[in-house]
Write a protein that binds this ligand. Structure first.
Ligand code: NCD
Length: 322
C-alpha cells in the first residue's frame, strides 16, 4: 500500500512481499543474511537509496526512547519515506483507544509500516496477527521479551569493528533478567556460532529461567572477565523492578561496574558494548564509556544503517529471495 496515489512511484518490486520483524527467532537464515549484507553495504558505501519514496512509516512509542525512535525515524527518512511519530501520552491511547484500533486508524490513512515500542511482552506479534494486508509491524522493544533491531545492530557494530561473532566469548553484565536487549542478543549470537555466552549479575538480576546453549553464569564480575572478546554492559531497569532490594549506585559500581581496572583485565582486542541509555558511574565508568575500547557511539551510527535495512526489507522494498 502506498501512502498517497499522487506520490512518486515506490521502488518496491512487486514480487517481494512485506514482512514483520518480531524477534530474532522468527527470522530465517536467509533473512538474517539479507539484513546483514544490506546494512553492511549501506554502512560501507554510506549509501541510502530512495527505495521507500512515497511510503509512510508510523513510529508508535508507548515507552520512553531516544536512540531507537530517532534511529528508526532517520532510517525511514534516509530511504525517502514519510514518518509520523505517535507517543502514547499524547495519543488517543490516553483516551482509552486500544492498540489494535490505533493500528487500524493508521492503516486507514495509508501507513505502510508501524514501528512499535510497548511495555507488554509480544505486543508487536499480537498486532501483527491483526494487521491488514500491506501493513508491516516492526518490534522496537516489547516488555522484557525482545529487541531484535538492537541485537542486529550490535552484531553489525562488532563485525565492522573487526571482531568475529563465530567462536567469540560474549559476556553480558548487569540487569539481564529485565533486558530484552540481552534476550535478543543471546538468540542472535547463538545463531551465529558464538563459543560461549557468560552472564554475570547479582542473583536477583539473572534470568529466572534456564537458557539453553553454551551459557555460563557468574556471580561475580571479575571471574567473568578473562578471555571475553566482547563485554555488553546493561543498566538496571528500575522502571521494571518492584520488590527487589538492590544495592545503591556506589555499591553496585564497586561490584558490577566496568571500571578502568576491570577493562585492563580483558584481552587487548576486547571491546565494550552498551545499548544505552547509560548510567555513568553505575554500570560503567565515564572514562570507559568515552574511551577507545567502547563501541557505544558506533552502535548508534550502525543502528541507522541496520534500521534502514530492516525497514526496506519489512516494507518489501528489497529484492529478496525469501
Ligand atoms: C534498551 C531498551 O529500551 O530496551 N535501550 C535501547 O533500546 N537502546 C535498553 C534500556 O532501556 O536499558
Amino acid at each position: 500500500m502506498t501512502a498517497m496515489p499522487s506520490a512518486a512511484p515506490s521502488a518496491t518490486p512487486s514480487t517481494d512481499p512485506c514482512h514483520h520483524l518480531l524477534s530474532i527467532e522468527a527470522l530465517s537464515d536467509e533473512q538474517l543474511h539479507l539484513l546483514f549484507s544490506t546494512a553492511r553495504h549501506w554502512a560501507e558505501t554510506e549509501q541510502a537509496p530512495a527505495c521507500l519514496q512515497g511510503r509512510t512509516v508510523a513510529l508508535l512509542f508507548h515507552e520512553a526512547s531516544t536512540r531507537t525512535r530517532v534511529s528508526f525515524e532517520l532510517a525511514a527518512k534516509r530511504l525517502g519515506a514519510h514518518t509520523s511519530i505517535i507517543e502514547a501520552a499524547a495519543s488517543s491511547a490516553s483516551k482509552g483507544e486500544t492498540l489494535a484500533d490505533t493500528m487500524y486508524t493508521l492503516a486507514a490513512m495509508g501507513v505502510d509500516g508501524i514501528v512499535l515500542r510497548h511495555s507488554q511482552n509480544h505486543a508487536a506479534a499480537e498486532l501483527a496477527r491483526l494487521a491488514p494486508p500491506g501493513v508491516s509491524l516492526i518490534n522496537a522493544g516489547d516488555g522484557v521479551h525482545a529487541h531484535p533491531s538492537q541485537a542486529l545492530l550490535d552484531v553489525l557494530t562488532v563485525e565492522r569493528a573487526g571482531l568475529a561473532v563465530a567462536g567469540a566469548t560474549l559476556t553480558i553484565v548487569g540487569d539481564i533478567r529485565h533486558s530484552r536487549v540481552a534476550k535478543s542478543n543471546i538468540a542472535l549470537w547463538q545463531r551465529l556460532g558464538v563459543k560461549k555466552i557468560r552472564l554475570a549479575a547479582p542473583a536477583e538480576l539473572l534470568p529466572e529461567e534456564t537458557i539453553a546453549g553454551p551459557i555460563e553464569v557468574y556471580s561475580d564480575f571479575d571471574s567473568a572477565l578473562p578471555g571475553s572478546d566482547v563485554v555488553m554492559m546493561l543498566r538496571i531497569q528500575r522502571e521494571r523492578i518492584q520488590g527487589l532490594s538492590l544495592p545503591d549506585a556506589d555499591a553496585y559500581h564497586q561490584a558490577w561496574g566496568l571500571t578502568e581496572a576491570r577493562l585492563a583485565r580483558l584481552p587487548q582486542h576486547a571491546r565494550v558494548l552498551h545499548p544505552g541509555p547509560m548510567n555513568r558511574g553505575v554500570e560503567i565508568a565515564s572514562s570507559v564509556a568515552d574511551g577507545p575500547r567502547a563501541l557505544i557511539r558506533s552502535q548508534v551510527t550502525h543502528g541507522v544503517y541496520m534500521r534502514m535495512a530492516i525497514l526496506a526489507w519489512s516494507l518489501g522494498a528489497l529484492a529478496a529471495k525469501s
